[in-house]
Ligand binder design. Structure first.
Ligand SMILES: Cc1cc2nc3c(=O)[nH]c(=O)nc-3n(C[C@H](O)[C@H](O)[C@H](O)COP(=O)(O)OP(=O)(O)OC[C@H]3O[C@@H](n4cnc5c(N)ncnc54)[C@H](O)[C@@H]3O)c2cc1C
Length: 245
């Protein structure tokens, strides 16, 4: 299987509302290569509709470092791979993952880092904070989520450097003001953002306006933009049942 490993699900548990963590152990002789913060693996599984599919998941670290292989999966909707991993995959099952790759590695200089995570975006951002903490580097972490209960790894984030971590809860109307955050930067910081496309757009836009060089803005998104073409469409609000056109 070249770059692919067979892994056994050693442990699976809910770490926040709608987020399930899977600890994966390679089977046989194969070993996961050493990885750095920001790395992800590709995982082969099925959608809830039974279609084989491949999805990417960031590797989750512990405070002890980038050891082992764990992923945290947010159940985005009822039909995809994430739903299948939540509802059907159990300890003892076998999955296939790729060796880690990293398109989101950190800069190596002494400059300060501003880490921004939206929802499940905490999975690659927290290992970055661990690495920076261990190296004695200066950073601040801004973590926004729907609610306290939906914040995966909240306790771990809160236990990081005192004063460096800021949490924003949507249900308490605590808004992360990205424009203000970026506008107050001195200009040599590196900004890392991992979240939905709208959050990334906001950071890039704010960085443009603050004349922060693009090489200092690092981003990756777990979401996909949906192309609807140049035509109007209606959305149905699931909870209220209202339709907006
Ligand atoms: C580098 C990288 C790292 C990532 N890391 C993580 C991570 O750590 N944790 C994590 O949870 N995710 C992560 N993701 C996202 C992850 O790869 C999957 O995209 C995510 O789990 C959703 O996959 P899915 O198959 O459940 O749904 P999708 O891929 O969104 O959808 C599957 C199918 O369902 C359809 N569909 C989509 N939305 C709906 C809907 N509302 N109702 C009905 N049908 C719908 C789609 O059209 C598609 O056919 C990462 C992505 C990248 C690129």
């Amino acid at each position: 299987m070249d770059d692919w490993l067979r892994v056994r699900v050693a442990h699976a548990s809910l770490v926040a509302e709608g987020v399930r963590e899977f600890v994966l152990e390679p089977l046989g002789e194969a070993r996961l290569r050493t990885w750095r913060a920001g790395a992800h693996v590709r995982l082969r599984a099925q959608t809830m509709l039974g279609q084989p599919a491949e999805r990417r998941y960031s590797l989750v670290a512990s405070a002890q470092g980038m050891q082992g292989c764990a992923i945290a999966v947010h159940r985005a909707h009822d039909h995809g791979v994430a739903a299948n991993l939540h509802d059907c995959v159990k300890p003892g099952d076998t999955l296939a993952i790729s060796q880690p790759s990293n398109d989101f590695a950190q800069h190596q200089g002494p400059q300060r880092a501003v880490l921004i995570a939206g929802g499940i975006g905490i999975t690659p951002i927290l290992p970055m904070a661990y690495e920076m903490s261990a190296a004695g580097r200066d950073f601040e972490l801004h973590y926004a989520a729907r609610s306290y209960g939906a914040m995966a790894y909240r306790a771990e984030a809160e236990a990081l450097r005192p004063g460096a971590v800021h949490l924003y809860l949507g249900d308490e109307r605590q808004r992360l003001d990205i424009r203000q955050l970026v506008a107050r930067l001195l200009g040599d910081e590196h900004v890392y953002v991992w979240g939905p496309p709208s959050m990334i757009d906001e950071v890039r836009d704010a960085a443009d306006k603050a004349a922060l060089p693009s090489r200092q803005v690092h981003f990756e998104s777990f979401g996909q933009r949906v192309a609807v073409g140049d035509r109007s469409f209606a959305v149905e609000l699931r909870r209220s049942g209202r339709t907006l056109a």
